[in-house]
Design a protein around this ligand. Structure first.
Ligand code: A3P
Length: 319
């Protein structure tokens, strides 16, 4: 995706032959429209393998999102809630391991390394990250009893976060898209794992139809009240906090452990890089609601919000 560009294998060349193609944020001509979602060539094969081969177990938990919507935060929170019978927050593996390693992505981690990874032996509950559209999830995720926790974010902050993320560490020579070019693409839904509206709508509708299956969260709500959202996550996963845990302050401990300031300042998150070439530190930036106003003009914001609103029309989902 960024500074790593393996040559395209023959089977992949065949796969992309007839797919619509556009420029990615990193300036390369490498974004393909695959099953209704824009996917970079870097992850395309892994996305395809994951969507075709993954077999879910009823105890699995999937942390799903559009990129740059608070996935890292939700991974840390979900891991802490779901594995709290194993780890006290004060001795959490999050203190020594980045959230993306404890909760690997199907696409950029597991199926990137191996088109048929052996995941059977992982101890339950297995927790995975995912940026695929709901409609493209493997049948077994949609039809088993496994749980999906989804986080979405104000589309303007999501765009700005992605733009800043890409610009932080681009290393090869290709010129990046300017903010104007990026904006023009985003208004057409052309950005990694977009269109935004299709990604969020799939999970939104699924959460309305099957509230026991999909929990739909908003980044802004978590920022406003993390405690009640942690309770919501625990209840949804079928492991509500007990009165004893509440009295002992376990919820507050988890919220502190997973806070931006705490995670950002851990040595493990200050150092190291992801397989994509993205430094671990690049997943922790400002974490502010409304940061878009520092980058987008009011008319850009109004225009994009109007497009998103139209696309979400009648769904009941608003920003
Ligand atoms: P900003 O770029 O606006 O700062 P993702 O994890 O999906 O890649 O999203 C990254 C965004 O979530 C970044 O937003 C990042 O700062 C923010 N973020 C990361 N960890 C967070 C945390 N623990 N609490 C709140 N926000 C967090």
């Amino acid at each position: 995706m960024f500074n790593q560009k393996p040559p395209m294998a023959e089977d992949l060349q065949e796969l992309v032959l007839n797919l619509p193609r556009e420029k990615n944020l990193d300036g390369t001509n490498s974004l393909y429209l695959f099953k209704g979602a824009w996917v970079s060539a870097y992850v395309l094969r892994a996305v395809d393998s994951f969507q075709r081969h993954f077999i879910a177990q009823d105890t699995d938990i999937i942390v799903a999102s559009m990129p740059k919507s608070g996935t890292t935060w939700l991974k840390a929170l979900t891991f802490s809630v779901a594995k709290r019978h194993l780890y006290d927050p004060r001795e959490s593996p999050l203190l020594t391991t980045p959230p993306h390693e404890l909760v690997p992505f199907f696409e950029t981690d597991l199926y990137m390394k191996d088109p048929h990874p052996n995941l059977e032996q992982l101890p339950p509950p297995r927790i995975f990250g995912c940026h695929s559209h709901f409609a493209n999830l493997p049948e077994s995720i949609r039809n088993s009893k496994c749980k999906v926790v989804y986080i979405c974010r104000n589309p303007l902050d999501q765009v700005v976060s992605f733009f800043q993320f890409t610009h932080q560490f681009k290393q090869d020579g290709t010129p990046l898209l300017s903010l104007d070019e990026c904006y023009e693409n985003i208004c057409r839904g052309v950005h990694s794992r977009g269109p935004f509206w299709d990604n969020v709508l799939g999970y939104w509708k699924a959460s309305l139809e099957r509230p026991d299956k999909v929990l739909f969260l908003k980044y802004e709500d978590l920022k406003e009240d993390i405690i009640s959202n942690l309770k919501k996550i625990a209840e949804f996963l079928g492991i509500p906090f007990t009165d004893k845990e509440e009295k002992e302050g376990v919820i507050e401990e988890i919220s502190r452990l997973c806070s931006l300031d705490n995670l950002r300042n851990l040595e493990v998150n200050k150092n190291g890089v992801r397989p994509s070439g993205a430094p671990n530190s690049s997943f922790f930036r400002k974490g502010e609601v409304g940061d878009w106003a520092n980058y987008l003009s009011p008319s850009m914001a109004e225009n994009y919000l109007k497009i998103v609103e139209e696309k979400l029309g009648g769904s009941g989902l608003t920003f």
